[in-house]
Design a binder for this molecule. Structure first.
Ligand code: MG
Length: 273
């Protein structure tokens, strides 16, 4: 009986300490869950009872003419409409762009003349650009109609004729070159016009040169989502890992892959975001 008197408080103490530990763990979990919950403060007020209470009229939304029939929206900066290459220079020496200006309103890579870039610099943009692989097809893998759209002049969204032409998936058409394969291969038949609609947000850097926010890119290829707000981890070199160097706004650049790829472009415009 005396033993029982000694043991009972010990058992109770043990139980209390176990309960405290469980309580602590439960409280921690509740705190984590609370932290993860998104609270929309604007909807924390008392519940509306009329439709008017949830309707607002200011600020007004700008009116923009739509991008239909090959026309750029009214607030877009037109970079190429088929009339001239005036918005473009060669990347290497800033000389006037020597790519071919065609009568059908397109331009074509003039082999081994080098990449071209816009004279104007951009940060966050919505970009519309159309491109076409040439017929007849020639060469294969990365050498078949290889070009590229370089965002900020640094980050390549691959342009390639991948129809019956396999290559590494992180270098195929619509990839962030050597980084991010596309979600789908949505090319039209070779010789027809492809459309890229791209939304690009530039990276951010701190004063010490550290990257505080990666660039992101969303790409629609012929209306099909192929990059979904994908993180761009750095530049897109042929050899080596992606690297980051501090930069601000930059040009849009188009690639001359140097192997007579003869890719054509048309109808290029951007909207600054
Ligand atoms: Mg390329």
């Amino acid at each position: 009986m005396r033993k029982l008197f000694v043991l009972l408080p010990l058992v109770l103490l043990f139980q209390i300490s176990c309960n405290e530990k469980v309580k602590e763990e439960v409280n921690e979990t509740i705190a984590e869950v609370k932290e993860a919950v998104i609270v929309h403060e604007e909807y924390a007020k008392s519940e509306p009872t009329t439709p008017e209470e949830t309707e607002f009229y200011e600020p007004k939304v700008p009116v923009v003419s739509p991008a239909v029939g090959g026309k750029a929206p009214s607030d877009a900066i037109v970079l190429f409409d088929g009339s001239s290459l005036d918005a473009w220079v060669h990347t290497e020496d800033s000389s006037a762009a020597k790519w071919h200006l065609n009568k059908d309103g397109s331009m074509t890579v003039a082999d081994k003349t080098g990449n071209i870039r816009t004279k104007e610099d951009f940060g966050d943009i919505q970009l519309h650009i159309e491109w076409r692989s040439p017929l007849p097809v020639q060469l294969d893998n990365q050498n078949r109609a290889n070009s590229g759209v370089f965002l900020n002049g640094i980050y390549e969204i691959q342009v390639l004729d991948n129809n019956d032409n396999d290559t590494y998936v992180n270098g195929q058409v619509g990839s962030i070159y050597k980084q991010g394969p596309p979600l789908a291969m949505a090319s039209v038949p070779t010789g027809e016009w492809n459309v890229y609609d791209i939304i690009y947000h530039a990276p951010e850097f701190n004063d010490d040169g550290g990257k505080t926010k990666s660039a992101t890119v969303t790409v629609l290829h012929n209306g099909v989502l192929i990059q979904d707000h994908t993180e761009i981890k750095g530049n897109t070199p042929y050899v080596g890992w992606p690297k980051n160097t501090v930069h601000g706004k930059g040009p849009l650049m188009l690639q001359d892959h140097g192997d007579d790829s003869r890719v054509s472009y048309r109808n290029i415009w951007v909207r600054e975001l």
